[in-house]
Design a protein around this ligand. Structure first.
Ligand code: MG
Ligand code: MG
Ligand code: MG
Length: 305
């Protein structure tokens, strides 16, 4: 019998990596057999910082899964964001904090989701309700995930549950939240090493609504003008992806994590989904106060597309 795999979403962020590791840790303890943490892509600079800091190995890289494989999904449920072959797996559980979309199973499953800032916050409660102690390294990973997803508790997605979890996890992990958090977030703004092709894929999510396919990608920076120096090359890469994948819209959100603002490069046939709300000039939309794809950009596109 193949071991159970815990899988986060494609183009993994810190939550997808760290929650996968934490969920595999919890499940291994609860089931008394090894459950394997997996990832669907390269580790980004921010996540690398967290893994190095807490001395944890990255999850196993996989590209697809076989028919009948038992899997647990964390930090996503939409099949468009999941592993190749997901339709033919047996999904045992989902732990998540996103809307439910493009998701169905043929058998009953454990589904635990909450409208909180991070999957690790949901996992924190799962550890508690199962009376499982959280080890220092795992606490550090969960803390990193919450800091990442909530931009150090500043994103509008942040809830009291996230704050409480962060407080408790920081004690177990034995770190200073703001000092560690800033260092980790800053590590993630190191975008120079990425090519434009990598940049637009770093944190890209493909969405589908009634056969309209679109992508919302996001990068964090401390200087939007710095990223926009590469605007033409980025646009060139985005247009290639639009063509290759038949997308109706590509929104590339550049988020200033210091000032909590975003500017987006918007391309495709359906730029109206953005321009109904934000003026687009030279393919650019300024979005003051916007930092969350999930709560601010995605609902807007879904309403207008
Ligand atoms: Mg995520
Ligand atoms: Mg998340
Ligand atoms: Mg994110």
């Amino acid at each position: 019998m193949e071991k159970i795999l815990v899988i986060g979403h494609k183009n993994p962020d810190t939550d997808s990596i760290c929650s996968s590791l934490a969920m595999a840790n919890l499940q291994t303890k609860l089931r008394g057999e090894e459950v394997i943490s997996c990832r669907l892509g390269e580790i980004n600079e921010e996540t690398k910082y967290a893994l190095n800091y807490f001395k944890v190995e990255a999850p196993k890289l996989i590209e697809k899964v076989d028919e009948g494989q038992e899997v647990i999904l964390v930090d996503h449920n939409e099949f468009t964001q999941s592993v190749e072959g997901i339709e033919k797996t047996k999904i045992l559980a989902v732990v998540d904090h996103h809307r439910i979309n493009n998701f169905q199973t043929s058998e009953p499953l454990f589904y635990y989701a909450q409208p909180v800032g991070c999957t690790a916050t949901v996992l924190f409660e799962l550890y508690k309700s199962n009376n499982v102690e959280i080890e220092q390294q795992i606490a550090g990973l969960m803390l990193s995930a919450i800091i990442s997803d909530t931009l150090l508790l500043k994103s509008p997605t942040t809830t009291d549950k996230d704050k409480k979890a962060v407080e408790e996890l920081a004690k177990i992990a034995n770190v200073d939240i703001s000092k560690y958090g800033l260092e980790m977030l800053k590590a993630g703004t190191n975008l120079d090493k990425y090519t434009e092709e990598e940049l637009i894929n770093l944190d890209a999510k493909t969405m589908e609504k009634e056969n309209i396919k679109y992508v919302i990608a996001q990068v964090n920076t401390v200087s939007i003008p710095d990223v926009l120096k590469r605007k033409e090359k980025i646009e060139h890469e985005i247009n290639k992806v639009i063509e290759a994948k038949g997308l109706s819209l590509f929104v590339f959100v550049i988020t200033d994590i210091v000032n909590s603002n975003s500017t987006a490069i918007v391309l495709g046939e359906r730029t109206d989904a953005i321009s109904k709300t934000y003026e687009i000039r030279d393919n650019l939309a300024e979005m003051p106060g916007v930092v969350s794809r999930k709560k601010q950009v995605l609902p807007l596109v879904e309403k207008n597309i």
